[in-house]
Design a protein around this ligand. Structure first.
Ligand code: FES
Ligand code: FES
Length: 217
């Protein structure tokens, strides 16, 4: 048997790393991982498939789920393009084993809009020039939507802290910060209008009955 891996011995023809010739047959010397069952709730849809036990989430989301909004940038955890939300928290899918997030809720940029209604962060990125070539945009949208979910009045410093792991080579970043601030303002306005609608609909806001000595049934 002749080992023809490039780093050990360079053979002739179309040799590959970790391959060997057994007679006339070319075989791989690299063991393949066993296939395992995998499922998760991706953008509200239950996904079930079989994956290699060491599959990377980025590959599963793109190749099995077909959510191509998850971008492969650096593939080593430095650009943020591959960000997804796992149970609402941003995570780099290029550094995550799919098996780690089995049965979790995963959101990609495809799951941000509510039907035909864009998420405020998508709307404001479009209006304030937060996106140019768009390659980095899904990562920024997901990171900032997670921030605004917890804090709809962030300071510029808090925004910069939230997006510090995401790289953009087009916008110069200030339009991104402006877009996130505009989305925060829109979300505050929406929250206030929901609050005032609820208050109008309830003629006795704050009345629980429990402290009033009756009507608790
Ligand atoms: S592709 Fe994951 S951080 Fe760059
Ligand atoms: S918009 Fe092009 S890399 Fe960010």
């Amino acid at each position: 048997m002749e080992f023809i891996g490039r780093s050990i011995k360079k053979g002739e023809g179309h040799e590959g790393i970790g391959e060997a010739m057994v007679g006339e047959e070319r075989i791989s010397m690299i063991p393949t991982a066993p296939e395992v069952y995998w499922s998760a709730l991706v953008n509200g849809q239950n996904i079930e498939c079989h994956i290699e036990s060491n599959a990377i989430l980025l590959d599963v989301i793109r190749d099995e789920v077909g959510a191509l909004g998850v971008k492969r940038g650096c593939d080593m955890g430095t650009c943020g393009c591959c960000t997804v939300l796992i149970d609402g928290e941003p995570k780099l899918s290029c550094l995550t084993l799919a098996g780690e997030v089995r049965a979790k809720e995963i959101t990609t940029v495809e799951g941000l809009a509510d039907g035909h209604h864009l998420h405020p962060i998508q709307d404001m990125f479009a209006k304030h020039g937060g996106s140019q070539c768009g390659f980095c945009t899904p990562g920024f949208l997901l990171v900032s939507s997670a921030l605004l979910e917890k804090n709809n009045s962030p300071t510029d410093a808090e925004i910069k802290g939230a997006i510090e792991g995401n790289l953009c080579r087009c916008t110069g970043y200030q339009p991104i910060v402006d877009s996130i601030q505009a989305a925060a303002e829109l979300m505050r306005t929406d929250a206030e209008s929901v609050d005032s609608t609820t208050a109008k609909a309830d003629p006795h806001p704050g009345f629980s009955g429990e402290n009033e000595g009756g009507h608790t049934a």
